[in-house]
Every structure is written in structure tokens, then in C-alpha cells.
Design a binder for this molecule. Structure first.
Ligand SMILES: N[C@@H](CCC(=O)N[C@@H](CS)C(=O)NCC(=O)O)C(=O)O
Length: 223
């Protein structure tokens, strides 16, 4: 039975999973969940798949798993993938960056996305102080990333890991949400290299941009 992944092509969280799966050579059966129609917020979705009403969700026979990073670790374990790091020390460094990126990085980009993109779609005024606070947090974190990436092509070791994929996630919405990443040249160069070196990252970007930009156009939202 195929492993199913529930999500919306416009989601940067889904993109982290679909990219990692492509790189690991794991085929996933996509089940589309239209987030703009609130399809993850139904009682059926919450009771069977994720009580938080969030995507992506993996279904592998009796296993239901949510949180993209956990899903990627699950998939990597299935195929013994080097995306988790090549040595025991690297594996802990990869986990360090993955946990950090959930708590100290993507959470603030999500705030800005919700303010600049989500609220534009809903026709609700932005909270400028929430944006300013999140931008401050992103700049502080990006400064550390920029230093870390000054002489490295990857976050850990000499090869792509799930740490790169997790930290690169917010680049999925950078043009729409205008995160201040361009102020950090090593961060930008690292991400450009991921786009050039990993066709899966470029392919999933094209799919995500088409879904997001198509939806925004369809509802007449100009960011
Ligand atoms: N930390 C979670 C984030 C999940 C999340 O925020 N998913 C968004 C899409 S990127 C979602 O499903 N939103 C639906 C909603 O809020 O109704 C992960 O990495 O999976």
C-alpha cells in the first residue's frame, strides 16, 4: 500500500516533505487538502488525521504522523537515508538545527506570512507590531545563520541533510511574505546553491509558486 501524504501544494511544510521524499527516492501518494477551503479544519480531518487541523499528515498503513520534520525523519528511517547525517555527531547536529528551526526560525516567518499574506486574503488589517517583532527575531537568527554559512555549503557536514531542508522551508514564501533574507548574502547564496544542486527543491518550488500565485490571482489579491 502506498504511503499517503495529505497536504496543499501551496504549503511550505508539505514542500519540505515532498522534496525530501523525492531526494530519498520514496514515492508518496498525494491526497490534496485545500487549505483555502478550510479542508484541514473539518471534524473528520481532525478526528482521523490531525487534531490540530494542520498539514501535512502522513498515513502509512496504521501509522498516522503529523509535523513535517517528524514525517521526514520517519521516511529517512525507512530507507536508512544519509539525510539524517553521516555520523552520530552529525545526526545530533542535524536534530539540533531541526528543533531550532521549528521554534526559533519558522515560527516567526509564519507570523509574517499570516500577517502579510493570510490577512491580505481575508481582507483584515495587518498588525504592524507583530510584523516588526517577528522581523527582529528573524534578523537576529539570520545573522547567526549567515555567519555559520560563510564557509559552508550545507548546515551540517559536506552534504544535504534535513537541517538544510527545514531551514530553507521559509524561502518557499519569501517573495510573497517579504522576509528580510536578502540582507544576508551567505544565507541567500546557500539557498541559491540548494536550488541549483537539488532539482527536487526547484521542482517543488515551481509547484508551490503556481498554486499560491494562481490562488492569489483567482481571488484578486495583489501583495
Ligand atoms: N510545524 C508544522 C506546521 C504545519 C502547518 O502550519 N501547516 C499549515 C500549512 S503550511 C496548515 O496546514 N494550515 C492549515 C490551517 O491553519 O487551517 C509542520 O511542519 O508540519
Amino acid at each position: 500500500m502506498a504511503i499517503k501524504i495529505y497536504g496543499d501544494a501551496g504549503s511550505g511544510s508539505l514542500r519540505r516533505v515532498t522534496t525530501a521524499a523525492k531526494i530519498m527516492g520514496i514515492s508518496l501518494e498525494r491526497v490534496n487538502v485545500d487549505l483555502f477551503k478550510g479542508e484541514s479544519q473539518t471534524e473528520e480531518f481532525k478526528s482521523r488525521l490531525n487534531p490540530h487541523g494542520l498539514t501535512p499528515v502522513l498515513e502509512d498503513r496504521d501509522t498516522i504522523l503529523w509535523e513535517s520534520s517528524a514525517i521526514n525523519l520517519y521516511l529517512a528511517a525507512k530507507v536508512n537515508s544519509p539525510l539524517v547525517g553521516a555520523t552520530e555527531e552529525q545526526r545530533f547536529q542535524v536534530l539540533q538545527w531541526m528543533f531550532w528551526s521549528g521554534e526559533q526560525w519558522r515560527t516567526f516567518t509564519t507570523t509574517i506570512f499570516d500577517e502579510r499574506v493570510g490577512k491580505a486574503i481575508m481582507g483584515v488589517p495587518q498588525d504592524a507590531s507583530a510584523v516588526a517583532f517577528a522581523e527582529g527575531k528573524i534578523r537576529a537568527a539570520a545573522q547567526v545563520l549567515d555567519r555559520h554559512l560563510a564557509d559552508r555549503r550545507f548546515m551540517v557536514g559536506d552534504a544535504l541533510t534535513l537541517a538544510d531542508i527545514d531551514i530553507a522551508g521559509p524561502f518557499s514564501q519569501v517573495d510573497r511574505a517579504r522576509f528580510p533574507f536578502r540582507e544576508f548574502p551567505n544565507l541567500v547564496a546557500w539557498h541559491d546553491n540548494l536550488l541549483r544542486s537539488f532539482p527536487a527543491w526547484a521542482e517543488t518550488k515551481a509547484e508551490l509558486d503556481s498554486r499560491m500565485d494562481g490562488f492569489l490571482t483567482s481571488v484578486g489579491v495583489k501583495l
